[in-house]
Design a protein around this ligand. Structure first.
Ligand code: ADP
Length: 521
């Protein structure tokens, strides 16, 4: 009961209306009584004085109780709502028109004194001798008492003060009309408030319904889009919409991570099992048939087994590197360095491998390249992975070019090859761990698909990005490295190989328009 805000608001509203109605009735009753008393006292204010002036109660009469009673009875016949008392100078009741009802013998003199003050505000209430504790409006006039100090003719004006509100409502047309008008006003105000509350809480109720639906769907279904209004509920709706989008994105990301984790475990099991099984096979053969095998065969078997262990240790090493990069344990030791020298050194390391495969390995380093800023070892790793790939996927007779040139506020490094290329639909995925195009190519070539993932992770740590472009016969990977300062670095050691015009070269980005250094040359 009263669980919703709407129900609570309605209950509060109805409660407030009832309290307002009660306050109205109490105030009306009070003011009605006070008004009647005032009118009554104003009308009869001089009645006691007139009775004395007209000698209806003469000094002679006041000495005779029977005569007093006769006068009192006559007054009561004229107006039965008036009780008449004769008081002595101290307020003690000497005679009364209501003998039976008279309970107290004394009337307080303070209201009587106030009554004689012309400026006193009406109504003035005096003690009712027939109803102790109760006060009513009265009229009073001094009356001479034989053989004593003057007393008072004290008229208790009962008027309508004894009537209940219901009796008064029945009697008074004006009061009835007033109450009906107030009642109608309250009803209209209540109805209007209910309508306003219903209208104002509608967006809130809609939002609650949508939120409930979203919760019941296990935060999986996109909630119905609500049009946000320009008020607080609108802000709430907007906040909910973006929160729901965020939750859905995160749920999707969690599902994707979970799927990737499963794939990761499956891939890793496969990639570890294959070389392990081969290794085990060769070692078992050697162990069981050692006597039957010639020394050459034994050497060949051992060589293959060794190759498998190298492959295994390489794979485990890459996995370990990636795990360290992911866990945030890798410390990035940034320092200023000559990027041209690094490119040159790494290219030279692959010189022999390129020659063996008869691939031309060239570098193109712009001499005006400023000092770069980054972790040399990590960026070397990126370069290695890219050059390894370029050499692996380029056939004999092809070329691999590594260039480094200023590119806006960064130094841009590019590793390009004339190899087999990457299908356009695969380009977006090649940076994912364990992703290998070979699977779709149906080739056994390649490693575990971790090289580019490691390169990307390293560049993430340098707040840099890596992009790939490919078409058959031409593939290039490009990444940026921050400058240490705006000062150009010392010329690369191999700058002797650079023979072009520096001024024109400075304008030529990308770097393929200027002469290239061939480390194998
Ligand atoms: P791997 O170590 O298996 O080469 P990488 O993460 O380095 O894994 O590369 C992912 C995939 O991207 C590779 O399997 C390969 O198919 C493709 N790839 C990367 N570099 C090249 C390139 N230069 N030319 C053609 N394909 C490439």
């Amino acid at each position: 009961m009263l669980k919703t805000l709407y129900a609570k608001l309605l209950a509060v509203l109805v409660g407030l209306s009832v309290i307002t109605a009660i306050i109205f009735v109490v105030v009306i009753r009070h003011s009605d009584v006070a008004r009647n008393q005032e009118i009554n006292q104003k009308l009869y204010r001089n009645l006691a004085a007139r009775l004395i002036d007209e000698q209806i109660l003469s000094e002679r009469d006041s000495a005779d109780p029977a005569a007093v009673q006769r006068v009192f009875d006559r007054i009561r016949i004229v107006n039965p709502r008036i009780d008449v008392y004769l008081l002595d100078h101290a307020g003690r009741v000497v005679a009364a028109s209501v003998q039976d009802g008279m309970k107290t013998g004394t009337v307080g003199l303070e209201p009587i004194r106030k009554f004689f003050d012309e400026n006193a505000k009406l109504p003035i209430l005096g003690d009712d001798p027939s109803d102790p504790g109760r006060q009513r409006v009265f009229s009073v006039a001094p009356v001479p008492l034989p053989g004593a100090a003057p007393g008072y003719l004290y008229l208790m004006l009962r008027g309508l003060s004894g009537d209940t509100l219901v009796q008064r409502i029945k009697q008074s047309y004006v009061l009835r009309e007033t109450l009906i008008l107030i009642g109608c006003g309250l009803a209209v105000a209540l109805l209007a408030s209910v309508m306003i509350i219903t209208l104002m809480t509608r967006p809130l109720r809609q939002l609650t319904a949508v939120m409930d639906k979203f919760r019941l769907s296990g935060f999986a279904e996109h909630p119905e889009a609500l049009r946000p209004l320009g008020d607080e509920v609108g802000t709430l709706t907007q906040a909910f919409n973006s929160m729901a989008d965020r939750i859905l994105d995160q749920m999707r990301a969690l599902q994707e991570t979970d799927a990737k984790r499963r794939e990761f475990v499956a891939n890793i099991s496969h990639d570890l099992r294959t070389p392990l099984a081969t290794l085990q096979g060769y070692l078992e053969t050697l162990h069981l048939k050692q006597a039957d095998l010639s020394p050459e065969e034994q050497r060949a078997y051992l060589g293959t087994a060794l190759k498998q262990t190298e492959q295994l240790s390489g794979l485990i090493g890459r996995l370990f590197d990636l795990a360290r990069l992911d866990s945030g344990q890798t410390v990035v030791n940034r320092e200023p360095f000559a990027l041209g020298d690094l490119v040159q050194d790494v290219a030279q390391e692959f010189d022999l491998a390129a020659q063996t495969k008869t691939i031309t390995l060239k570098t193109a380093i712009r001499p005006d390249l400023p000092l770069a800023f980054g972790d040399i070892a990590l960026l070397e790793r990126v370069l290695r992975n890219l050059i390894e790939n370029a050499l692996r996927y380029t056939e004999s007779g092809g070329a691999v070019t590594i260039s480094a040139a200023p590119h806006g506020t960064y130094a841009s490094v590019e590793v390009a090859d004339t190899g087999i290329g990457i299908p356009a639909q695969e380009l977006a995925q090649i940076f994912e761990r364990f992703y290998r195009v070979e699977k779709s190519r149906g080739l056994a070539q390649g490693n575990a698909g971790l090289g580019l993932a490691i390169a990307k992770r390293i560049l993430d740590l340098h707040e840099s990005t890596i992009t790939a472009k490919s078409e058959p016969g031409h593939t290039s990977f490009r990444f940026n490295v921050a400058y240490a300062s705006q000062q150009p670095a010392a010329p690369a050691r191999d700058s002797a190989a650079y023979t072009g015009d520096a001024a024109s070269n400075a304008r030529s980005v990308p770097a393929f328009t200027y002469p290239m250094a061939d480390p194998s040359a």
